[in-house]
Design a protein around this ligand. Structure first.
Ligand code: ATP
Length: 577
């Protein structure tokens, strides 16, 4: 496939406002792919060169791209800057300046290879080399191709194609329907690598999915916890459980092999540079290869206290990590092991996996075992919950001792129990911002108004509205939020958003916000959980608690299924202390 053909498909995808249509066009792209093409194309349609967890950067920002365009199109930098001011989008500038057509254009595979080469160019003189290579590439491309190439390079592809949409499209392309999705999804949960799945499916068919194994260096999708309203419900449903404190830190998946240690976040981003202490402690473990799951939390030796999540994540800023490592060093409470010295441990019952963790971490101070209390008693579980809350922790997680590690699943193998203030929901809801209302009169001057928020429908891969949010922010805070959101504004409803309410401005669904609400109520105005004439769900009295984009992708927001369960559980008797 020529890159110009892919660009034509990307144009079609960009113009689409419905999710089914996205799947249809994407499956057409896949049908036109050879085995060699399908892997790079899978990354490129998501605006990347490699899977999400590989931190490959092309390393050319706006200013350098403008220089490359001037070189490629025989213009002055001023010409390019002027055009950029008019369009506000460097992709459109490239489109305006490049020739509409070219006699010979490169294949997708070649463009992908050349972008890799640019990304891999480092060291002295590398900027000039990157610039020359990029200008050379632009010089070979027509207008539509140049537009998409520039957007990919800047990380500004706006198609909003989520991973489940890619899986559906692959299934349609191979089988003509959605029936392969569960097998593909299982392989995806083990590897998080859509390009690998696509290539294997094309080369070996569905049977090939068995060859995609748990591998050091490829994060597994995290196992997640369900909710139940109180200890009675937990013991009734699960019987004997292992109870652990629920730490409010930063989820870490730690991978080690002979070559290196990598640390992935809950949303599978590579975070290794943020955690030098964890890397050092992992290197010291007596194993050749291992994958661990745990929660990292900053610990202040001065006050002998754990530091809350927000401060732990302050480390995302690159500067000052070493200083943090001495003043508030991190510990990780390890609660699971998925792989050790060549063996996939995920099928083992939790009790056995925990025993392996316990033995492995003996002697490590930085990597601690999350303590486990075995019980089938409501009294003991209640006591554990209240003890942990009084120690300033979030609550507890109760785990079935006979359960395997089910990557990517949220089920009753793990149940979280948190504090419950009477009458309120036991848990916060993570919503995605999908639009805003500008506000009228004086408030509009400040850009003040309300936000429209949605939750995630994981079956349909859509964001469905659930609430308007007044923010409780000061005017200054609002202006700040507004500035951050301006890069997400779009005039048309994004393809994967489903909302009956129409805000003044749509937002591409990216920002995840944690919200506390009093209650979930039925509502005909919102599309979350709405089926036919049945009402959907709304949040009553929502308040913003925190911004969660640091560790959650929009697809990690609360799902419609969870909202339905929370709705059903909210009138059951809560825990009281
Ligand atoms: P929350 O918003 O409540 O943190 P979440 O959506 O991030 O939840 P959940 O599945 O609801 O994820 O809760 C599980 C999370 O709790 C894990 O992702 C992990 O980060 C954290 N956690 C803390 N302590 C434990 C523990 N002992 N076992 C498992 N998970 C734990």
């Amino acid at each position: 496939m020529k890159f110009s053909e892919l660009a034509a498909y990307l144009d079609q995808l960009e113009a689409t406002s419905g999710r089914n249509e996205l799947v249809r066009i994407l499956s057409e792209v896949y049908r036109a792919c050879s085995v060699e093409e399908i892997e790079p194309i899978t990354y490129l349609i998501q605006g990347r060169l490699a899977p999400f967890f590989e931190p490959v950067e092309i390393g050319l920002g706006e200013r350098l791209l403008m220089s490359a365009m001037a070189m490629a199109y025989g213009k002055t930098k001023e010409d390019v800057t002027r055009s950029f001011r008019q369009t506000g989008d460097l992709g459109l500038t490239a489109h305006a300046l490049a020739p509409k057509t070219r006699a010979e254009t490169p294949a997708v595979v070649e463009v992908h290879r050349r972008l890799w080469e640019i990304a891999g160019t480092s060291g002295e003189g590398s900027l000039k080399a990157k610039l020359d290579l990029f200008a050379g590439l632009l010089g070979d491309l027509d207008a539509a191709s140049a537009k998409h190439l520039v957007r990919i390079t800047l990380g500004k592809m706006r198609l909003g194609i989520g991973d489940p949409t890619v899986l559906d499209a692959l299934s349609f392309a191979k089988q003509g329907d959605r029936s392969l999705r569960p097998v593909l999804e299982a392989a995806y949960n083990r590897s998080s690598d859509l390009g690998l799945i696509a290539k294997t499916l094309w080369a070996q068919g569905v049977e090939g999915m068995d060859t995609i194994k748990v591998t050091v260096g490829k994060p597994l999708r995290s196992q997640l916890a369900e909710r139940l309203p109180n200890p009675e419900a937990v013991i009734k449903k699960l019987g004997l459980v292992g109870v652990q404190p629920k730490y409010d830190g930063f989820r870490v998946q730690i991978h080690k092999d002979a070559r290196e240690v990598s640390i992935f976040s809950r949303n599978l981003e590579t975070m290794t540079p943020m955690f030098p202490e964890l890397v050092a402690a992992t290197i010291a473990l007596p194993v050749k290869s291992v994958i661990l799951d745990g929660e990292a939390i900053a610990y202040s030796p001065a006050s002998e206290e754990y530091v809350p999540f927000q401060e732990t994540t302050a480390r995302r800023r690159k500067e000052g990590i070493d200083e943090f490592a001495t003043t508030v060093p991190l510990r990780a409470f390890v609660f699971d092991i998925m792989f050790r010295d060549g063996t996939d441990l995920t099928p083992l019952p939790y009790e056995q996996r925990f025993a392996i963790v316990d033995t492995l971490l003996k002697g490590s101070d930085t990597l601690q075992v999350a303590p486990l209390t075995r019980t089938d008693s409501v009294e003991i579980l209640t006591r554990e919950l209240l003890d942990n809350i009084s120690r300033g922790l979030e609550g507890v997680v109760a785990k079935r001792l006979d359960s395997p590690y089910q990557a990517g699943a949220r089920n009753f193998n793990w149940v979280k129990l948190k504090r419950n203030t009477s009458g309120q929901l036991t848990d916060t809801v993570d919503v995605v911002l999908i639009g805003y209302y500008g506000g009228k009169g004086k408030r509009a001057e400040f850009g003040a108004g309300a936000l429209l928020a949605g939750v995630y429908d994981s079956d349909k891969d859509e964001f469905v509205s659930i609430s308007k949010l007044g923010t409780g922010l000061s005017d200054e805070g609002w202006r700040d939020l507004h500035r951050q959101m301006s890069r997400l504004e779009v005039s048309e409803k994004p393809a994967r958003v489903n909302s009956l309410l129409v805000p003044d401005m749509w937002l591409r669904p990216e920002v995840v916000v944690e919200v506390l609400a009093d209650e979930i109520t039925p509502s005909p105005r919102h599309s979350a959980g709405k089926v036919g004439d049945q009402p959907g769900f709304a949040l009553r009295f929502p308040r913003i608690v925190s911004f969660r984009s640091a560790d959650k992708k929009p697809e990690d927001a609360t799902t419609v299924r969870e909202i339905r369960e929370m709705f059903e559980q909210q009138h059951q008797r809560p825990v009281r202390d």
